[in-house]
Every structure is written in C-alpha cells, then in structure tokens.
Design a protein around this ligand. Structure first.
Ligand code: SF4
Length: 459
C-alpha cells in the first residue's frame, strides 16, 4: 500500500496529505478487526460490510469535493462505521502502556461500530480469463459462520450468520453466471452450514447441469455426506477440504469446535466412497492450553484415517495459532513451542505418506504482531518499505524504532511512548483488564461476552 502511494507521489502519512491530495481509505476484515497499525497512513477506515458503508461514504465524498480535508473528514465521521483515525488520540503511561483512547474533539463519536449488511449476498459481476480465479462464477452462499470457534475471525468479526434463499436468490444468481461460464465457485466461511444446502446439492445434481465444474471452499466435516461427495465428483472435483484444527478432542472443546472423532472418520469414508481421491485437512498448532500430547494425538488421528480409508490421499495443512482482535482468543499469545510442534507433525506424518503443508512459523509471528499492535507499529511498517518483509527485517526495524524512541524519549518524555516489547505483543497472554489498541472500535460481539467465551474455554 505504501509503495503504491509513493509511486503516485502521494505522501504516505495521513497528516502530510493536504487538501489537494486524495483521501486515502481502506476497509476489509483486517482493518475492521484492528486498523491501528495502519491508522497513521489512512484518512478513513470503512468498518464492516462494504455494501452498507460504501454508498454513504461515496455520497459524502462527492458532496464535499470542494471542501477542505478537515471538513470532509468531520462530515464522514458522522456516518456509522466510518472511522477517522486522526480524530482519536491514544494516551500512554511512561512505560508505554496504553491507558485510553480519547477523541480530539467532543463532537466525535467515542466509539465506531462495525456495520452489517442485511441485503442480498454477492456474486461475480465480471467473469474473465484474466481474473485471479480465471473464468469462475463466484457465488456467496453464506456470510459469517454460526459455529464461533474461539480463534476464528471469519465468524466473530462478521456475525450475524446470513444466507440467501436457495430458490429465490442463489439459484437465479448461479444461473446468471452459467450463461457465460461452466465454472462455478461456492463461497463462504462454511458453505455447507446453509440450512437449505441439501436442496442446492439436489439442484446441482440435475443432468442438465452435468457440464459444470464445481469448486467449494472448506466444509464442516459433519456435513460431508454421500450426496455431497457424489455431486462434487460428478462436477469434476477430486478433493474436499475439512478443518479439524486438532486431533485432540479436549482441544477441540477448548476452541469450541463441535466435532467428534467419529464424524471425522465418517467424512473420510464418505469422501472415498463418493469417488474423491484426496482429502485435505486443516490443523493448527499452538492452540491455548495445547501440550505436546495433543499434537501427538493429531498425528495419531491422521494415521488412523489413513488406515481406515486406504487409497485416499491425505494432506494436512497446518498453521500456527495467531491471536485475532475481536475474538475470544485475542488475549492469548503465540506459543513459542509452536515451531517445535510443526516439526513433530512433520516427523510423524511424512514417512507415512501424508503430505504436510505447514504455514511458515516466522510469517505467523509477523501476522501476530500486526494483529495485536497499536499505531506505534506504523513507523516500523514505514521503515520496512523496499525490504523483503522477512522476520529478520521486521525484528531489525522494530529494534531501530525502539532505540530511536528511547533516545528521543529523554527529551520528549511526555509526548512519545516507547514501542511495547516484541514478546509482549506476540507471545504474552494479556490480562482481561488491559486496554486494547482497538478498545474504541466495536465489533459485533461485546468485549464482556468475548471474555466470558475465553474464560469458558480455558478453565
Ligand atoms: S467452523 Fe470454520 S468458519 Fe466456522 S467458526 Fe469454526 S473455524 Fe470459523
């Protein structure tokens, strides 16, 4: 983003952009959960569903096009879901602990709430071979997920769960795209959660639709039934993806994954019997309270699936748990043992012919830093321009900015706050009383409820 701004000769810092510069705005899941690391670069953040916030944003931008930047931002700040970072000032103590976030003027809203769209869900408007997914007609089947696994941003940040009627909305939306392509993608955090999903599968099973190539995102293991796998096979799919997170039933309870070991075996059996060749599973290491035994249980489970469904190719994609803002696990740090646990899985599964795709632990640490930092991280991000963005470069930039601040602090103690310790942001568990960098931003679930969900999981 910063490089794009520089290429256009637009100042990267919001406070350096004047009346004649464009208003730079952002939105989407990352910025809605915690925009603070990017706050000093952005004039405006749109929080929540674009369908809801964008039309009002565009209207004000057009109406005020001849006004000064400050006036335009003041007008935008009146719209629910529009966050103007420069109108909020973090207050720190001398140790750099965040004490509160205050508005710079009394008529600015004390908090900004994420907005929710309750109209029709979306589908591809342009189908082209030049798209990231070429020639696919994408149709959104559900938005959010009602399962509320406690680490899951895709669920907690986007609640409530919404879905269109299969007959009145989904099928007409699909038919529109099928006039120009034979490739169909069903989108959503967990598409099989749609209460009428069996009806959609039945419709897709009709002979006149035989030529369609169908792709779906990951599905809940308990919904992988013979009808689904047969329809997927009929439409050219060779694989299906389910998320188990952990082989340990205890840990699945900790994260609120309502999934039994038996259901996982049945999903594998149905995948094989339906004619699919490949089962992809998602797992995670470093889940709060996880021990080495839990990770061994994940390996045991994969080996048992292999034994029970010979011939079915298995791939385990593993990520490291990262605390996400606006979820019950936002207070839990990244476990330093996570890297070792990825190695345990590798050692046990690879020799048995189970493919392991592990997400880089080093990249996960950068994600955790961005996930839980406040706006002091912006100077580090700015310093990283032109680098490869490796963990080593992040650490170096973090150190450089920390040292610069420590020097300037001797003369400017009252106005600058030191960067928090790297370990504190990434690895440490935070107390529920800690003032969070996103304390002034309201997601769909109240903080008190998030705390309740967190306590229920860990005790
Ligand atoms: S089932 Fe998947 S999408 Fe739904 S809450 Fe759990 S992890 Fe998130």
């Amino acid at each position: 983003m910063l490089e794009l701004l520089e290429q256009q000769r637009i100042p990267i810092w919001s406070h350096e952009r004047k009346n004649n510069d464009p208003i730079v705005f952002g939105g989407g899941a990352v910025l809605t959960a915690n925009p603070e690391p990017f706050a000093p670069f952005l004039d405006v953040v749109l929080m929540g569903d674009g369908e809801e916030v964008l039309p009002k944003f565009i209207e004000i931008i057009q109406e005020t096009k001849n006004e000064e930047k400050y006036f335009r931002l003041k007008e935008l700040a009146k719209i629910p879901g529009i966050y103007i970072p420069s109108f909020y000032k973090p207050i720190y103590n001398s140790d750099g602990q965040l004490l509160s976030i205050k508005t710079i003027e009394n008529d600015i809203p004390k908090s900004v709430s994420k907005q929710t769209w309750n109209g029709n869900l979306t589908h591809s408007q342009v189908i082209t071979p030049d798209a990231v997914w070429p020639n696919i007609h994408m149709v959104e089947v559900v938005r959010s997920c009602p399962e509320m696994c406690r680490f899951c941003l895709a669920s907690y940040l986007t609640l409530p769960f919404r879905y269109p009627s299969v007959t009145n909305e989904l099928i007409p939306a699909i038919e529109k795209g099928l006039k120009v392509t034979k490739r169909l993608g069903l989108l959503g955090a967990s598409v099989t959660q749609h209460p009428e999903f069996p009806d959609l599968i039945q419709w897709l099973n009709e002979d006149c639709l035989q030529e369609i190539r169908l792709s779906i995102s990951s599905v809940r293991a308990s919904t992988v039934n013979p009808e689904l796998t047969k329809v997927l096979k009929k439409h050219g799919s060779k694989s299906i993806t389910i998320a188990l997170e952990s082989g340990s039933e205890r840990l699945r309870n900790v994260i609120n994954k309502k999934l039994s070991t038996e259901e996982i075996f049945t999903a594998a059996k149905n995948a094989k019997e339906g004619g699919l060749k490949h089962l992809k599973l998602y797992g995670m290491v470093g889940i709060p309270t996880e021990s080495e035994e839990d990770v061994e249980e994940t390996a045991d489970l994969l080996l048992k699936i292999k034994q029970k469904t010979p011939g079915l190719r298995l791939t385990l994609g593993v990520s490291t748990f990262i605390p996400k803002a606006q979820t019950p696990f936002q207070w839990n740090g990244v476990q330093t043992d996570a890297q070792k646990r990825l190695k345990i899985l590798n050692k046990r599964l690879k020799p048995k012919g189970i493919e392991l795709r592990a997400e880089s632990y080093r990249l996960s640490l950068i994600q955790a830093l961005i996930s839980r930092s406040d706006r002091r991280l912006a100077r580090v991000i700015a310093l990283l321009r032109g680098t490869e963005n490796s963990l080593g470069e992040w650490k170096k930039a973090y150190k450089t900015i920390s040292e610069e601040e420590n020097t300037s602090l001797t003369t400017l103690k009252s106005t600058l706050a030191p960067l928090p310790r790297w370990e504190e942001v990434i690895h440490e568990n935070w107390q529920a009383e800690k003032v969070l960098p996103w304390t002034h931003l309201q997601g769909p679930v109240d903080e008190s409820l998030l705390i309740k969900h967190q306590k229920r999981s860990i005790t």
